[in-house]
Design a binder for this molecule. Structure first.
Ligand code: HXC
Length: 296
């Protein structure tokens, strides 16, 4: 789909995207590049990174890939520094790296829980921490304006989600980090920190783990996950938040799920509500005050 934004809204900007080799992270990288940004992507898998960088470059996007694991502080530091050295400055950090698998709480080992917390929550904080010196106003290669951070979370923790105790907890922490850093770094360093909470997005590693193709069609349809969004939807919100269109937005987490997390089973058909409501109103109008309805 064509972008509704002008092609130069990120002209001259440099973005570093963790998890930029695939899924939502790759689409954000590609759309940032198509709108004028130079892009560094970080990931653990060399081949995936190389393929993603080639794909970005074939679109005419200045792109580079750096291998690294967000769980390792030395990797985070090295990749942020390498991005700075390669492009000369850093404007945007996107934390899209994440880990997930379906597992019941009783079958999840504490180490499995910790692994996802480490990737999603600690990894997000570590990347922000290492990028701070380059993103803050007056930092190397920067003028008087700070840069911006975008953290990708989820809606799982707004209610409760089956077989996702680890990811729900990790994404809740990510949202909390977003708000705290928006407060502290917005005030001190002119850095805007925002988030996107995607719903189920088609054609992503996340969906292939949460709704694997082995689940048969009927069961799949009854899962609340089947109403899918597109990676493009997330990337457009990302563009809005990191560009000047979002210059007064700080500490906000935009839910991009088509309203799915609000959905509830409909307990009455619409026609029944219309009729029932009139009956109830008439009854209350005709009932003398203080007389219990059971006595009428
Ligand atoms: C139960 C599991 C498990 C599974 C791993 N573990 N997979 N437990 N069921 N399916 C446990 C292991 O037994 C181990 O605990 C611990 O987790 C660490 O496992 P490792 O394999 O050693 O970890 P590692 O190699 O570091 O791999 C991390 C990973 C992996 C998260 C397990 O899947 C990964 O690298 N994922 C990155 C890509 C990814 O998941 N993308 C999807 C993101 S989607 P023990 O106790 O045995 O030592 C997403 C969307 C969220 O985030 C929101 C959607 C709505």
């Amino acid at each position: 789909m064509e972008s509704p934004f002008k092609a130069d809204i990120l002209r001259g900007k440099v973005a570093l995207v963790t998890g930029g080799g695939s899924g939502i992270g790759f689409e954000i990288s590609a759309q940032f590049g198509k709108h004028g940004a130079s892009v560094a992507i970080m990931g653990r898998r060399k081949q995936v990174l190389e393929a993603a960088v080639s794909a970005l470059q074939s679109l005419g996007i200045p792109a580079v890939g750096f291998e690294g694991d967000v769980r390792k502080q030395e990797d985070a530091k090295r990749v942020v520094e390498s991005t700075f050295k390669h492009f000369g400055w850093l404007d945007i950090l996107v934390n899209a790296a994440a880990g997930n698998f379906l597992v019941s709480a009783e079958d999840l080992s504490p180490n499995g829980f910790r692994t996802v917390m480490d990737i999603d929550s600690v990894g997000t904080f570590t990347m922000c921490h290492e990028a701070l010196k380059y993103l803050k106003k007056g930092g190397p290669g920067r003028g008087t304006c700070g840069g911006t951070i975008l953290n990708i979370s989820a809606t799982l923790h707004y209610t409760a989600s089956w077989y996702q105790v680890h990811v729900s907890a990790a994404k809740a922490a990510v949202d909390s980090i977003t708000r705290s850093l928006a407060l502290e770094w917005g005030s001190d360093y002119d850095i805007r920190v925002n988030g996107i909470a995607p719903g189920p997005i088609g054609d992503t590693p996340g969906m292939s783990k949460l709704a694997p193709k082995e689940i048969d069609g009927k069961a799949r349809e009854s899962m609340p996950l089947y109403n899918l969004g597109e990676k493009w939807d997330i990337a457009m919100s990302a563009l809005y938040l990191v560009s000047d269109a979002g210059k007064y937005i700080n500490g906000t987490i935009i839910v991009v799920d088509g309203g799915l997390w609000l959905s509830r089973p409909r307990h009455l058909p619409k026609e029944a509500v219309k009729q029932l409501s009139r009956v109830v109103e008439r009854r209350s109008r005709d009932t003398p005050v203080g007389v219990p309805t059971s006595k009428l």
